[in-house]
Write a protein that binds this ligand. Structure first.
Ligand code: C2E
Ligand code: CA
Ligand code: CA
Ligand code: CA
Length: 278
């Protein structure tokens, strides 16, 4: 998209249409928001297809703006990326997720796997592996419960550097998955070289499942390929029982989507877990 630069923030067309001054305020407010702790993590369940039990969750950030209410990440993650504030913000997300995992373990809830999204700039941070290790040590979380979601474009920008970093995480015991799979341009040859454990099929392929023969073919082929590479597959954005039935038929191991639950606050997620977990 076309972009202008103002005060160091890149201003995109869609943001412009919402009001230039409002957008700048958003950028300026971000630093203050980090200092004042206006962020919260929401959690969306990851459901195992075979028995529909919740086996994990994805942490998704929300910003509670004092004047504008709740702001979703698509509005402020790009600004945080541009300004570099994604580094402290991203670190806060990982720490908060690990602290929450610890609290759930202390409450005696069945341990679940919690995944966190990384941004491009955050992934390029040279000491990222050490930062994550430090947080795991401080919070006392078994690394096997933490999963990092990476996108294809993040992985493909510097393949050799990426492979090293991914091995660093694997040696620690952290799980790795590729988010929005199918929307980027990762080569299958590289996919084999990355020490990852799961693929998340992008919602755009799930949306018309059952109605669009091509999407069905793509999803089936992706699952078959993943199985042959020993990767777990998670379908994103599952909204209907029909989609769910098709995915189960295609042997997709896990799903996420509004059919089961939207992302929820900590309290709502705890209530959900007590109800839907073995
Ligand atoms: P994502 O990682 O692909 O996350 C999935 C998005 O799809 C979430 O939007 C989620 O609420 C939404 N979703 C889940 N199930 C359904 C469904 O059945 N139907 C529909 N229509 N949507 C569904 P959300 O929370 O607004 O997050 C948007 C994006 O912002 C995320 O996409 C991710 O790329 C980014 N993001 C969220 N939290 C973080 C974070 O802590 N750090 C970074 N770097 N990025 C984040
Ligand atoms: Ca994600
Ligand atoms: Ca995704
Ligand atoms: Ca997505």
């Amino acid at each position: 998209s076309k972009a202008n630069t103002h005060n160091g923030y890149r201003v995109y067309e869609d943001a412009m249409s919402e009001g230039f001054s409002a957008y700048l305020t958003l950028g300026g407010g971000l630093r203050k928001a980090i200092e004042e702790g206006q962020f919260e993590l929401f959690y969306q369940p990851k459901v195992r297809s075979s028995d529909e039990q919740t086996v994990g969750a994805e942490a998704l950030i929300r910003w509670h703006h004092p004047d504008w209410g709740m702001i979703t990440p698509d509005k402020f993650i790009p600004i945080a990326e541009e300004s570099g504030l994604i580094l402290p913000l991203g670190e806060w997300v990982i720490r908060r997720a690990c602290e929450q995992l610890k609290l759930w373990q202390e409450q005696g809830l069945t341990p679940i796997n919690l995944s966190v999204n990384l941004s491009g700039r955050q992934f390029l941070q040279p000491n990222l592996v050490e930062v994550v290790q430090q947080i795991l040590q401080e919070t006392g979380i078994d690394p096997k419960y933490l999963e990092l979601e990476l996108t294809e474009s993040m992985l493909m920008s510097d393949v050799n550097g990426t492979i090293k970093k991914l091995h660093g995480f694997r040696e620690m015991g952290v799980s790795l998955s590729i988010d929005d799979f199918g929307t980027g341009y990762s080569s299958l040859a590289y996919l084999k070289k990355f020490p990852i454990q799961a693929l998340k099929i992008d919602r755009s392929f799930i949306q018309d499942l059952g109605a669009d023969g091509e999407d069905d073919a793509i999803v089936k082929a992706t699952i078959a390929m993943a199985q042959s590479l020993n990767l777990k597959v998670i379908a994103e954005g599952v909204e209907s029982r029909q989609q769910m039935n098709l995915l189960t038929g295609y042997q997709c191991q896990e799903v996420q989507g509004y059919l089961f639950a939207k992302p929820m606050s900590t309290l709502d997620f705890e209530t959900y877990l007590k109800k839907y977990q073995l």
